[in-house]
Design a protein around this ligand. Structure first.
Ligand SMILES: [Zn+2]
Length: 438
């Protein structure tokens, strides 16, 4: 038992029996996150034994080949690909300097999201490779770029110098550094160190300031060009081999993510959060369907600074399906009829109150007119193009009605704090002007 279980949990073990009845998320800053995530996993996923988590397997027959043989196969493959692909060289270098770079699209993708990560190296020859799997980041792109550079440089007999900042850090390290084991991208770092170890010629770092007009800076810009522009032909970019030969003895794997080498606690946390949000997003009468609506963050003011927190409280109740409307009270046996208690001959649910109830018609019209007025004012100040301005004005007019042209799920969701997607309306003048209007 850990110290904190005496102090904060009355000597109760948190991962079994009564210990599972209490949540610890609010202790995130004072006890180790590992405990909190483990408890959530046991509670939500019902995991009791290691076999409930997964099983140890040798995933492919490839893993039965000795590590050294796999490494040599991978390296031959990369060298062969450089010969076959024959990328055009943009600027001639000095024959011994190499630049490399990585890129990821979409740039903001999280560890769970689909993405394309590319690594590129250019020097006396050039190659771009795509990294398989989803549990990868821009760092892996930069690492594979450097791996390509080292491997292609190793084929020549002259000394090589590299513009990658990664090499400057690594030249002072050895592959047995214990800290490498838990570092993000550790497998690729080990591969880089192994390549440096085996090179016959000396490896040097050379600094390249992008703003200068030196050969190194030009090559850096070329590497950046290959890494970022190859996304336009991503289906034609060859895949890099996965360096399983430098992985820890046991490594996590999930079919849709590939090898998981990021922090496993964080990974489980993100994965559970996205599972919950998917469940909420499609169930519960679409009350939490954030995916269908505008994804930009909500303005803070009504939640944090408004003098009365009433509207925020109403929205919280509405989102959790707890507004005491007649239909809900009938379900709970607190009322005998679900008809509108304000006199309309309709079922009194949240939607009726916010969109159709005649008693509130005047308020709705008044609020609608104000929104249209504010929108007009903003459009005039920003001098927005006419087509875009008309689009935005039409949406503003329909904000409080069930207009199927404006609301993606054919129903008004404003009372749940949602807005129709704004990007398609403002990007008509190009993404750049869309950014400005937002
Ligand atoms: Zn009514």
């Amino acid at each position: 038992m850990a110290d904190w279980t005496y102090e904060k949990n009355g000597c109760v073990y948190p991962l079994d029996g009564d210990g599972l009845l209490k949540g610890f998320s609010h202790y995130m800053r004072s006890i180790s996150a590992g405990w909190i995530i483990a408890q959530k996993v046991v509670m939500i996923e019902g995991i009791r034994r290691l076999v409930d988590v997964g099983r140890w397997i040798i995933r492919t027959s490839e893993l039965t080949i000795p590590r050294a043989a796999r490494e040599s196969q991978a390296e031959h493959l990369i060298q062969a690909m450089a010969n076959v692909c024959r990328f055009r060289i943009i600027h001639e270098g000095d024959g011994c300097t190499w630049a490399s770079d990585g890129s990821m699209k979409p740039a903001s993708a999280s560890i769970e999201e689909e993405k394309v990560v590319l690594g590129a190296a250019t020097g006396p020859s050039t190659l771009v490779l795509k990294i398989p799997g989803r549990n990868v980041s821009i760092l892996h792109g930069e690492q594979i770029g450097l791996i390509i550079a080292l491997m292609l440089a190793g084929q020549s007999s002259s000394d090589a110098q590299f513009c990658s900042p990664i090499i400057r850090i690594l030249l002072g390290l050895s592959k047995t550094v214990p800290r490498l084991r838990n570092m993000n991208g550790c497998t690729y770092y080990r591969w880089i160190l192994s390549l440096i170890d085996r090179m016959d010629t000396s490896v040097k770092y050379t600094c390249a300031h992008t703003e200068e007009d030196t050969m190194e800076a030009r090559m850096n810009r070329d590497a950046d060009f290959y890494a970022s522009h190859s996304h336009e032909f991503k289906s034609m970019v060859p895949q890099s081999p996965v360096p399983t030969f430098h992985m820890n003895d046991y490594t996590f794997y999930r079919d849709r993510d590939g090898w998981i080498e990021s922090n496993i606690g964080d990974f489980i946390n993100v994965s559970m959060a996205s599972e919950t949000s998917t469940k909420l997003g499609i169930g519960n009468k679409y009350r939490m369907s954030t995916w269908a609506h505008d994804e930009s963050s909500q303005p803070d003011f009504p939640y944090l600074r408004a003098i009365s927190a009433h509207s925020a409280a109403v929205q919280l109740y509405a989102r959790s399906g707890q507004l005491p409307t007649a239909d809900i009270l009938v379900e709970r046996g607190k009322l005998s009829s679900n008809r509108c208690r304000l006199g309309c001959d309709e079922v009194e649910d949240m939607h009726h109150i916010f969109v159709y109830c005649e008693v509130y018609e005047e308020w709705r019209a008044e609020a609608g007119a104000s929104v249209v007025e504010w929108t007009k004012e903003k459009l005039n100040t920003l001098e927005v193009e006419e087509v875009i301005a008309n689009n935005l004005l039409n949406s503003a007019k329909s904000l409080f009605t069930d207009d199927p042209l404006v609301w993606p799920l054919q129903k008004m969701f404003f009372c749940l704090g949602q807005l129709p997607k704004i990007d398609p309306l403002i990007n008509m003048g190009g993404v750049e002007s869309g950014e400005i209007y937002r």
